[in-house]
Each structure stands twice: as C-alpha cells, then as structure tokens.
Design a protein around this ligand. Structure first.
Ligand code: DAH
Length: 444
C-alpha cells in the first residue's frame, strides 16, 4: 500500500548527475510511455509493477566494487583476503525474481520489503535484488559450501548523507555436512579461532548462542546448532579484528570492542547483529545467523547445517576511510578517486564543494496516494546526481477544502562541476513537468 507523504519537515538528500547526456539517453529508453523497459541490454515488458527509474538503471553497470582503487573495491578485497579458502563471487546480475529475493528465504507474503514503495520492480516477474542473500539458494545449489558474494543492491528509501537507493553488500556463508567428522572439524576450527582471539586486543560482549527468544530451529539438534552459532561468532569476531583492529579507537593500544545482539531475520534462527565501537559510538555492522533449514532444502543440500552473514560495504567504508557522504562513492571526481590505492585504508581529505543552487516547488498533494519515495525518485530521475538535497520546508492544510500542499526546497549541486543557473532551471522545469504528468498534481 502506498502511504501519504509525511507532513513532518525533513531532509531528503538526493544524488547528483555526472554525465547529463548519457543520463538523458537512459531516460529516453525507459520513458513511462514505452511498452518495454531496457535493463542491462534486455527489454522487459512494463506492467503495473514497473517502478524502476532511469536514474537507477543508469547505476546498474557501474560495478564500483570491482574497481581495485575504489574504497568499495579495496574493502571487498580486504574481506576476501580474510577468508582465503572461500570461493568469491562478485559478478552476479542485479536482476532477480521476487522468488529468489524473498520466497527462497521464507519471507512472509506480507513482508514490507516486498512493497512497491520499498523495492524496485522491472515488472511483476523481475526486480532488482534488495540484498545479496537473494543469491544464497543458487550459490549453495551450485555446490559451493564456503563462499563470499559481493554485489550492488537496491532499495527505495529516504535519502540522506548515509542512505542512497543503490549500495553494496557482501554475503558470506559456510555450511558443514551434518556428520560427526564435520562437527569435529568445526570444533577444531573454533578452537583455533578462540586461541587467536584470546591473544588479540579485542573485547567481546557476547549473548547466549540460543535462547527462548532466539531459538534453535525445530529440525536442528541444539548441540550442533550451538556449535554452528559459536563458529559463526568466532569467524565474524576475527573478521571485525581484521577490518577494524587499529582503526576503531582514538587512543592507540585500546582494545577493539565488539558486541552481539539478538536479531530477527526471516531466513535464519538463531539470528544476530554485530556492532563495533568506533570512536566512542556503537555502530551496527552486519546481520547473521544459522541458515534456515528450508533454505538449504531448497538448495538441494538438506543434510548440511551452517551459517551466513550479510554486511553493508558503504557503511564500513565510510567509517574506515572517513568518507562523510554516501554519494561520494559514485563520484567520478579525480579529487575523490585519486585519494585511494589498492590494499590501503587511508583517511579521506575533504575538498571544496561546487556552489549550491536552491529552487522551491509547492504543490497540492494529489488525491491518490503519493509516497515520499515517489517524489524522491521523480526528482532523482529528472535531475540525476545533480540534486544534493530536497527538504520539505512547509506543509499547509486548507481549513475549508482540507487539501494539503507541500513546499520542497531542492538543492541542485553537482559533485563534479559548477552548475549554471540555466542548467538548474532546466532540471527544475523537468521536475515540475514530470510531477504534473506522472502524478497529476496541481502546482501552486
Ligand atoms: N540480508 C540481510 C539484510 O540485507 C542481512 C543478513 C542477515 C544476511 C542475516 C545474512 C544473514 O546472510 O544470515 O539486511
């Protein structure tokens, strides 16, 4: 169900365009009136679900995580180097079926993630993956038992300096044959990891592996599930040490602090979140758990048991490299890109921004439902990454007619060059005309 735009004033920062020409061409191939939408060289028929925008289509071939000198590529390599025996995948298409993204992972039919307001659909049959877990079943099915998978993922979201509709995740998983020999192998691995952590400068706040509120799966032997959860925790504690050790504290010599929190995901039980103390604040880093047996059954590995985790790369890269704004990851500005080198975590040095150009727009909300994400996507689609920020600056409800009008202030600012006032006007005209055309709103 679409919701009404919130009436509370807040910032909806939006991304900026780098290549206006290519961007306009992308728009042309996916205009609302066309019967098909072209995504990564394939034409898909539009239907009532189609909500993917050309601004998003334009991101699909960027593959930032494959660039060795990009912070996201550097971080991917660092994580892969921590799991040398794991197979590493980083080239899966972002186009998946809702079955892969949700059903394979036992998401309930009414899960909010499935809504058109939350996910990008190409049509009823295809969507953009909203998380790397979408590839769990197919990866296990191909016979991989210890693997990492890095990919771009897409979610319709409110936007600010730390949220962007496209971002990157790493999924990691390890499954064991449910045999006495394998259980011995896990115990040996856990003993080795425990010894390593005991000799390292790390303090871990743990919680029980299994509890009444974070239960073992009915089909699992609780002793085995405990062994798996313990191995998961040890593996991820040592990953946190690999990523953050020596980077997380202001004072040298202080231990890295990691804490475990009970969580819920539709596709794991027990489930956990991991937080790391960074410069005095707890930061959520990843989600993980013991893989649901139904997922492994679907993947044709029913006699296995194991763990999985998923982490967001941008969030970690922003912390480690000191990158203040998530939109910078998409910048082509050499002043950004040339600061980084393969295998090195260095602190980003901010450079001066190009000047902003503010334009206001007031309109009566359409009587049909209209979600804030719709306005956000519309502005981004019309102006691409040349929009830095959109703020709701006024909301007014007419006492007699009960109609509500909103006034938004759009900040047009390119990350790569100075925009002229004419260019900003052209973007703004486009926002106005798309708003009228797509939502039938009345401009004030
Ligand atoms: N896919 C989850 C997300 O995007 C993260 C996650 C949680 C991945 C638990 C996992 C897992 O593999 O076991 O929020």
């Amino acid at each position: 169900m679409l919701k009404l735009v919130q009436t509370r004033a807040r910032s909806l920062a939006l991304p900026r365009s780098t290549n206006t020409f290519a961007y306009c061409r992308a728009l042309a191939t996916s205009s609302n009136s066309a019967s098909h939408v072209s995504v990564l060289g394939h034409d898909y028929p539009r239907d009532s679900h189609t909500n993917i925008t050309s601004a998003i289509i334009h991101k699909l071939n960027k593959r930032l995580h494959l660039q060795p000198s990009h912070p996201l590529g550097i971080l991917r390599t660092l994580i892969e180097s921590h799991f040398p025996k794991f197979s590493a995948f980083s080239d899966m298409s972002p186009v998946v079926t809702p079955a892969r993204n949700f059903d394979d992972l036992s998401f309930p039919a009414d899960h909010p993630g499935r809504a058109l307001t939350d996910s990008y659909y190409i049509n009823k049959e295809y969507m953009l993956r909203t998380h790397t877990s979408a590839h769990e079943v197919e990866t296990f099915k191909k016979g991989h038992r210890e693997w990492l998978l890095t990919a771009d993922v897409y979610r319709r979201d409110e936007i600010d300096a730390s949220h962007y509709p496209a971002f990157h995740q790493v999924e990691g998983a390890r499954i064991f044959h449910d045999t006495p020999n394998s259980m011995k192998e896990i115990e040996e691995d856990s003993t080795r990891l425990s010894a390593y952590l005991a000799s390292s400068n790390i303090v871990i706040e743990d919680i029980p592996h299994i509890s009444a509120t974070n239960p073992v799966q009915p089909s699992h032997d609780s002793v085995k599930a405990e062994l798996i959860a313990k191995n998961l925790k040890l593996s991820l504690n040592s990953l946190m040490l690999h990523l953050f050790g020596g980077h997380a504290n202001v004072n040298e010599g202080e231990p890295l602090r990691v804490r475990w929190i009970e969580a819920y995901f539709p596709f794991t039980s027990p489930s956990f979140e991991v937080e790391v103390m960074f410069h005095g604040k707890w930061l959520e880093i990843l989600g993980c758990g013991v893989v649901l047996q139904s997922t492994l059954d679907r993947a044709n590995v029913p006699d296995s048991i194991g763990w999985a985790f998923g982490l967001g790369l941008e969030r970690i890269a922003m912390i480690l490299f000191g990158i203040p704004d998530i939109r910078l990851f998409w910048s082509k500005d050499p002043r950004f890109l040339e600061q980084f080198a393969p295998g090195t975590i260095n602190t980003f040095k901010p450079f001066s921004k190009h000047p902003p150009c503010y334009k206001d727009i007031s309109f009566w909300l359409p009587s049909a439902t209209f979600h804030e994400n719709d306005f956000c996507d519309l502005v981004r689609d019309a102006a691409g990454d040349s929009v830095e920020d959109v703020k709701l600056i006024d909301s007014f409800t007419h006492p007699k007619t009960n109609r509500t009008s909103h006034c938004y202030r759009v900040n047009y600012r390119s990350m790569d060059r100075s925009l002229t006032n004419e260019e900003a006007n052209a973007y703004h005209d486009r926002v106005i005309s798309e708003l009228k055309q797509n939502f039938g709103v009345e401009i004030r």
